[in-house]
Design a protein around this ligand. Structure first.
Ligand code: ARG
Length: 614
C-alpha cells in the first residue's frame, strides 16, 4: 500500500502548487470501511494552504487526477476517496512479495545509521527473571525491526556485574559455600548464599562491614577478590547463554557495568568541573529540582559509584565508539525515573545528543494472577518457564493425529515461540498476566497460531510442488518449478528470489519485472471478498513495520501477524486451491506464497522461528 500512497501523493503534488509529496503522503489515510475507498485524502487539511473549501479541493482533484492504478475516485464531504482496481492491486502486491522474498516489507530508512540497543541486561548471581525476558524479547525485536529498515544495530547486554552485592556474595561464599556446589548448582546456589547473607546479617551487622571491605578490595583491583567475582560472573553467564540460545537471541557486546570502572573518574571530574555536583552529607549528587525530579546520586559517601554514574559513563562511551543516532534502553517501567534523571544530567553536561537517548519501558508480568518478586525465594525462573512451555507443547503435538518428523525441534520452536509471542502481543507498557491457557492456545491469538498458519501455507505449497504444479515458487537456489518438465512449464505464475534480488534464473515469461508482475497469469485470481481482504492485509505489512519502529512497539508487528493469519485462514477455508482449474489455482498458489513470505518475515522480525512443518 506504501507504493500506492506514494503514487497518489506524487500525482496530487504535480497537480497542486506549493505542496510536497512527502506531506501529501503523510496525510493519506485508510478509511474505516471499504465503502469509503481503499485510501483517502482528508482535503480539509489542505484547505488553509490552498485557501479553498475542502469539498472544492476534493472535487477539483477528482476531475484532474488520472491514474491507471485507481479504478474510481469520489469526492465526499471533503474527503477524496480512492478505490483501487483490486485485480491490478493484487498483481502488484503479490508480485512485490514474491520478487522481494525475505526483504518484502523492508525499506532503507536508516541508510546505515547506528542504533544502539541496551536490552536483557540481567544481574550476575541473580536468576534470569521473567522481567528480563520481556526486555530480551522486546529489545531483540527492536533490533531486528531497525535492521530490516536499514539501520546498523549494536545490541548490548549491560550486565549488572558490579556493586556492593558482590562483597556480600564473597563473604557468604567464604563462610558457607563450597566450590563444588557452586559449580553444580550455579545461580541457585549463589542466590542461596546471598539470601543467607541477609538472614545472618540481620543479627550480625559486622557482616555488612566485611562485605563492604571486600567490595572495596574489588574496586582496588585485589586479585583474590576479582578472581572470585570473575568466577561468579562466568557461572552466571553460562546460564544466561543457555537461555539466549533457547530464545535465539544474541548480542554484539556483553560490556556490563564493570566495563566502565576505569572510565567513571573522568565523568565525575567533568560533572564537578561543570559545577553540577553538589555535596550532601559526604555523598555527591546532581540536583534536578528545577526539572521536578529528585536529585541523582553520583557518588556514595565511601566514594563508590552508582547505577546513574555507570549509565552516564556508558552512554558517553557508546556515543564515542558507535556514534549512534539513537540509543535505546529497554527496561521495566519501574526505572522510568532513573532514566529520566540521567538523561537530564547528560543534557546538563552539554551533550546535545541527549535527545537521542530513548527509554523504552514495559509493564510487569504476573503469573496467573500472583505477582512475581525477586525478593527471597519467590522467584519464577525463566529457564523453567521455557522448559515447561516446550514440554507442554510437545504433549499437545503428541496428542495430534499426524506425527511430526522432528518433534523435539518443533516443540522447541513452537514452545519458545509461544512464550516470546505472549510477551509481544500486547502493548509493551501493559502489565501482563501470564496464563498457560492463553500462551499455548493454538487457535487463539498466540505464537503457535501464527506459526501453524505459516506451516499451513507451506504445506499447500509443498503439495503443489509434489504434484509438479506451479506454485509461485521462489527460485531459492533450486531450479524453478515448472522448468522441471512438469506440465506447468512456461506457466509458472510469478517467480522471485527470496534473497530479495529479482530472479535471474526463473523469469519465465518475464513474470517479474522490477518487482511488478506483468504476467497475465495472476489476473486469473478471482477477486472475491476473502481474496480482496487478504491482498489488502498483505499490502499493509511494510507500513506496520515502520510504525512499529517509530513507536518502538513490536506488538504492532505481532498483532499484524494475527490479523494476517486470520485473514489467510478465512481465505483458505473459503477458496479451493488445488481443485481449481489451472489459471485460478496458479494465481491462488502465488497468493499463498506471498502470505508464506510475509508471515515468515514478520515472525523473524519479532524473533520467532517459522518452521515449515509442525
Ligand atoms: N541490570 C538492570 C536490572 O536488572 C537493568 C539494566 C538496564 N540497562 C541500563 N543501561 N541501565 O534492573
Amino acid at each position: 500500500m506504501r507504493k500506492y500512497k506514494a503514487i497518489i501523493a506524487r500525482e496530487i503534488t504535480n497537480l497542486l502548487e506549493n505542496v510536497d509529496a512527502a506531506n501529501i503522503e503523510g496525510l493519506i489515510e485508510y478509511p474505516p470501511n471499504p465503502e469509503m475507498g481503499d485510501l483517502s485524502l482528508p482535503c480539509f487539511k489542505l484547505s488553509k494552504l490552498l485557501r479553498k473549501p475542502p469539498q472544492a479541493i476534493a472535487e477539483e482533484l477528482k476531475s484532474r487526477i488520472n491514474l491507471g492504478e485507481v479504478e474510481r475516485i469520489e469526492a465526499v464531504s471533503g474527503y477524496l476517496n480512492f478505490y483501487l482496481d483490486s485485480a491490478r492491486f493484487a498483481v502488484s502486491v503479490i508480485g512485490e512479495a514474491l520478487a522481494q522474498g525475505t526483504r518484502y516489507g523492508s525499506r532503507n530508512i536508516g541508510d546505515g545509521a547506528r542504533v544502539v540497543i541496551d536490552y536483557s541486561s540481567p544481574n550476575i548471581a541473580k536468576p534470569f527473571h521473567i522481567a528480563h525476558l520481556r526486555s530480551t524479547v522486546i529489545g531483540n525485536a527492536l533490533y531486528r525491526i531497525h535492521k530490516f529498515l536499514g539501520y546498523d544495530c549494536v545490541g548490548i547486554n549491560h550486565l549488572g556485574d558490579w556493586g556492593t552485592q558482590f562483597g556480600k556474595l564473597i563473604v557468604a561464599y567464604r563462610l558457607w559455600g563450597d566450590a563444588q556446589t557452586v559449580e553444580q548448582d550455579g545461580i541457585d546456589e549463589l542466590l542461596r548464599l546471598y539470601v543467607k547473607f541477609h538472614e545472618e546479617a540481620d543479627g550480625n551487622p559486622s557482616l555488612e562491614d566485611e562485605a563492604r571491605s571486600w567490595f572495596v578490595r574489588m574496586e582496588q583491583g585485589d586479585g583474590d577478590a576479582l578472581a572470585l567475582w570473575r568466577w561468579f560472573v562466568d557461572i552466571s553467564l553460562a546460564e544466561f547463554r543457555r537461555i539466549y540460545e533457547l530464545l535465539g537471541v544474541f548480542f554484539d557486546s556483553y560490556a556490563g557495568e564493570s566495563f566502565y570502572n576505569d572510565r567513571m573518574e573522568a565523568v565525575v571530574a567533568e560533572l564537578r568541573e561543570k559545577a553540577l555536583l553538589e555535596e550532601d552529607g559526604g555523598a555527591w549528587l546532581v540536583r534536578l529540582e528545577a526539572y521536578d525530579m529528585p536529585p541523582a546520586l553520583m557518588l556514595k559517601k565511601d566514594g563508590s559509584s552508582l547505577y546513574h554514574t555507570r549509565d552516564i559513563t556508558a552512554a558517553l562511551y557508546r556515543k564515542e565508539v558507535y556514534d549512534f543516532c539513537k540509543a535505546i534502553y529497554v527496561t521495566d517501567y519501574a526505572q522510568n525515573l532513573h532514566f529520566a534523571q540521567w538523561f537530564k544530567v547528560v543534557e546538563l553536561m552539554g551533550r546535545d545528543w541527549a535527545k537521542d537517548l530513548v527509554h523504552v519501558p514495559f509493564g510487569r508480568v504476573s503469573l496467573e494472577g500472583a505477582s512475581l518478586s525477586t525478593r527471597r525465594g519467590n522467584v519464577l525462573k525463566l529457564e523453567d518457564v521455557l522448559n515447561q512451555a516446550i514440554a507442554k507443547t510437545r504433549e499437545i503435538m503428541e496428542s495430534r493425529p499426524q506425527p511430526i518428523e522432528d518433534l523435539d525441534a518443533a516443540a522447541r520452536q513452537v514452545g519458545v515461540g509461544a512464550i516470546i509471542f505472549n510477551d509481544l502481543s500486547s502493548g509493551r507498557i501493559k502489565d501482563i498476566d501470564f496464563k498457560w491457557e492463553d500462551v499455548l492456545n493454538f487457535d487463539g491469538e498466540s505464537g503457535p497460531y501464527v506459526q501453524y498458519t505459516h506451516a499451513r501455507a507451506c504445506s499447500v505449497l509443498a503439495k503443489a510442488k509434489a504434484a509438479g504444479l506451479a506454485s509461485g515458487q521462489a527460485a531459492d537456489g533450486a531450479a524453478p518449478i515448472g522448468s522441471e518438465g512438469g506440465d506447468a512449464a512456461g506457466e509458472v505464475v510469478v517467480i522471485g528470489r527470496e534473497d530479495g534480488r529479482a530472479s535471474d534464473t526463473a523469469s519465465l515469461n518475464g513474470t517479474v519485472v522490477n518487482g511488478i508482475v506483468s504476467n497475465a497469469a495472476l489476473t486469473g485470481l478471482p477477486m472475491n471478498d476473502a481474496t480482496v481482504r487478504l491482498v489488502k492485509e498483505l499490502s499493509l505489512f511494510g507500513e506496520k513495520v515502520e510504525l512499529a519502529m517509530h513507536k518502538l512497539e513490536p506488538s504492532i508487528v505481532a498483532r499484524y501477524l494475527i490479523d494476517l493469519s486470520q485473514t489467510f485462514n478465512r481465505f483458505y477455508h473459503e477458496c479451493r486451491i488445488m481443485a481449481e482449474e489451472e489459471g485460478v489455482r496458479n494465481a491462488r498458489l502465488a497468493l499463498v506464497r506471498a502470505v508464506k513470505i510475509t508471515l515468515g518475515n514478520g515472525l523473524s522480525l519479532i524473533g520467532l522461528a517459522a518452521p515449515e512443518k509442525i
